[in-house]
Design a protein around this ligand. Structure first.
Ligand code: GLU
Length: 334
């Protein structure tokens, strides 16, 4: 069931920021490393779905993660160009948008929607979620503390040189989102963090704010983020922001069925090139994982998007085979 939260609950006071009419798809990578095949497949699909729907396509660098590095921004953008992905307008960097987040955060504070949380990571890891809640959801420990308990919490964190995290007081109900690939997905909406104890705004918060400010009509991303989507939709409704269409695509996995990572071997464009792969070969491999043969540029996947949608499941990548070069793998399927 949708929760019945209404936009009337929150209103930006004297807003300097304005949400845009939904008009675009987007790809929002974190520049914390080179893209691997799974990231590239998601990027191609995000681009293809946006173009197929006649939408603009925007790139947003989610660089609030402390592992972000400028050289990865350059290399990620370069890789996207290499495989035929084009985007509209300038790339947006979250690290340059603090005043925008601060404005919305301050209004949320003023309207009493947030509360201080003094739980440390260790304490949170130790509490097991209630049986019907997904792992990691917040049990509400600091939601209704007395003044004295709050003072004790602040003192505890001060001794660790930290401040409290700020959490959103939600209604705690489950919320259902309808994903174009996964279908209806019901998930818990817990009291999510809006600003962390170190002062960094949370992924859920900035992502929802930016989707609204950038006019995002369609979100295509890895299905590891599907469990976060009910929280994000809750936040959208609170901020009176439109809910985009969601298309969560299955991840690339290694042969042990664990999410693909760089340590699995030659999985980045750079590493594959050293094994004899051109960017066209890599697109062809990605196309093959989506049931499309002979695709050499992102545009070829867009042309066959309906087929790709049907064939889009988890992708098992055998890096030992990739390291032998493109011939064996690409020929096998011809
Ligand atoms: N920055 C996130 C990632 O790289 C994606 C977030 C999103 O698409 O909402 O996994």
């Amino acid at each position: 069931m949708y929760s019945d939260i209404t936009s009337a609950q929150f209103q930006l006071e004297e807003p300097h920021v304005q949400f845009k009419e939904p008009h675009a798809g987007r790809f929002a990578p974190s520049p914390t490393g080179d893209f691997h095949l799974g990231n590239l497949r998601t990027a191609i699909l995000a681009w293809a779905f946006a173009r197929h729907a006649g939408l603009d396509f925007l790139i947003r660098m989610e660089d609030l993660d402390e592992r972000s590095r400028p050289q990865y921004v350059t290399r990620q953008l370069h890789d996207l160009e290499e495989i035929g992905i084009t985007w509209d307008g300038p790339v947006i960097y979250q690290s340059r948008r603090m005043p925008i987040y601060a404005e919305i955060f301050t209004d949320m504070m003023r309207q009493g929607l947030l509360y201080e949380c003094y739980c440390t990571r260790k304490e949170l890891a130790a509490v097991t979620s209630a049986p019907h809640r997904p792992p990691g959801s917040y049990p509400g420990t600091c939601r209704d503390l007395t003044d004295r308990e709050r003072d004790a919490g602040r003192a505890k964190l001060a001794s660790m040189d930290r401040g409290p995290a700020m959490r959103l007081r939600t209604d705690g109900h489950d919320l259902t989102v309808v994903d174009e690939l996964a279908g209806p997905y019901t998930g818990a909406v817990d009291d999510l963090v809006i600003r962390r104890g170190d002062g960094v705004y949370s992924y859920n918060f900035v992502s929802v704010v930016d989707d609204a400010l950038q006019g995002i009509a369609q979100v295509v991303r890895g299905d590891d983020l599907l469990p976060s989507t009910p929280r994000q939709v809750y936040l959208q409704r609170l901020l009176a922001a439109p809910t985009p269409k969601y298309i969560h695509v299955p991840l690339a996995l290694n042969t042990r069925k664990v999410r693909l990572a760089k340590r699995d071997g030659a999985v980045t464009l750079r590493a594959l090139r050293e094994c004899g792969w051109s960017s066209g070969d890599v697109v062809e491999l990605i196309g093959q994982s989506l049931g499309i043969l002979g695709a050499r540029r992102a545009g070829d996947i867009e042309t066959h998007l309906e087929a790709a949608k049907l064939a889009c499941g988890p992708w098992i990548v055998d890096t030992a085979l990739l390291e032998k070069g493109p011939r064996t793998i690409l020929r096998e399927s011809e």
